[in-house]
Design a protein around this ligand. Structure first.
Ligand code: AMP
Length: 288
């Protein structure tokens, strides 16, 4: 396994491998089983697997969150080797943002400006879009793998890849969860045991909404009230419980087609997000 610290070294490592398929998994490190599912999807489909590890300062809206973000490079490299990664790209901030850096990739419209974009501010998805563009251009993979857990990030990346004509396929892997339902996240290590127990209300609320929608409940205000009650019972007052179109992120008032239900909440000082796509009872793609 090659560890490249510069774009030049990354490109040199990939030069002889362009005859086969290259898959890339961008991450901020502190790797867990959720990241491993992305690496396995790449390993199964591609000849060369590239993992990037970069805690991108420009996407953090809170300095305290950036400072507290877990950094576990040694363990990350072990996990990468165990998953059969060929090349790790782990640059420092100076490599990604050298002096004079002055370009921002900014996706506009509801997919970047609502929910996470509204709560964390414009700079968050600008930071994500800019760094992902740079990572994709540095490696030029055939396929890049992302997690459905960050559904809005996926929508932003799909948009910039299409708009800028970056020749990469965006593959999305399902959210990986602990056995009790908690969505895996690098931030989970910051939860106390009491907070971790309370955080389960987030996935439970999503499951209840899914079950209710499958039984024919379609009014999203009523479903939101139910989710809020489940969260409140665990002492969680979310930043949002949103029902939106999975592609446009426009708000939805009735579940008549697949709807993305997304929750963001602080549990203690740790900010968690989770989501699911609910499908109404009897729904068939293409209408009917
Ligand atoms: P991060 O390191 O948190 O920025 O995540 C890197 C990639 O892993 C992103 O595409 C995330 O959506 C994905 N990811 C993080 N957690 C999970 C999870 N529990 N299940 C699936 N993908 C995940």
């Amino acid at each position: 396994m090659i560890v490249a610290r510069t774009v030049a070294d990354l490109r040199a490592a990939l030069r002889g491998r362009r005859g086969g398929r290259i898959g890339m998994v961008p991450t901020m490190g502190a790797l867990h089983e959720g990241h491993a599912t992305l690496l396995r999807a790449a390993r199964a489909a591609d000849d060369t697997v590239v993992l990037s590890i970069f805690v991108n300062p420009t996407q953090f809206n809170e300095q305290a969150d950036l400072a507290a973000y877990p950094r576990t490079e040694e363990a990350d490299l072990e996990l990468a080797a165990a998953e059969g990664v060929d090349v790790v790209f782990a640059p420092d901030a100076g490599e990604m943002y050298p002096p004079g850096f002055a370009t921002t990739v900014s996706v506009t419209g509801p997919i970047a400006e609502t929910l996470e974009g509204a709560e964390r501010g414009r700079a968050h998805f600008d930071g994500v879009a800019t760094v992902v563009t740079k990572l994709l251009l540095a490696a030029l993979p055939d396929t890049a793998y992302f997690g459905a857990k960050d559904a809005q990030q996926v929508a932003v990346i799909r948009r910039l890849v299409a708009d800028l004509g970056i020749p990469v396929k965006v593959a999305v892997c399902p959210t990986s969860r602990d056995d009790d339902g908690l969505a895996r996240s690098s931030r989970n290590t910051r939860l106390s045991s009491d907070e971790r127990a309370r955080a389960l209300a987030i996935s439970r609320a999503l499951q209840e909404v899914t079950d209710a929608a499958a039984r024919g409940f379609a009014d999203t205000e009523a479903l939101r009230a139910r989710a809020l009650a489940t969260l409140a019972a665990a002492g969680i007052h979310p930043e949002y419980v949103a029902f939106v179109d999975p592609e446009t992120f426009a708000p939805v008032t009735r579940i008549e087609a697949p709807v993305l239900v997304a929750i963001a909440a602080r549990v203690g000082s740790t900010r968690l997000i989770d989501n699911t796509v609910v499908v109404p009872d009897g729904y068939q793609a293409g209408g009917a």
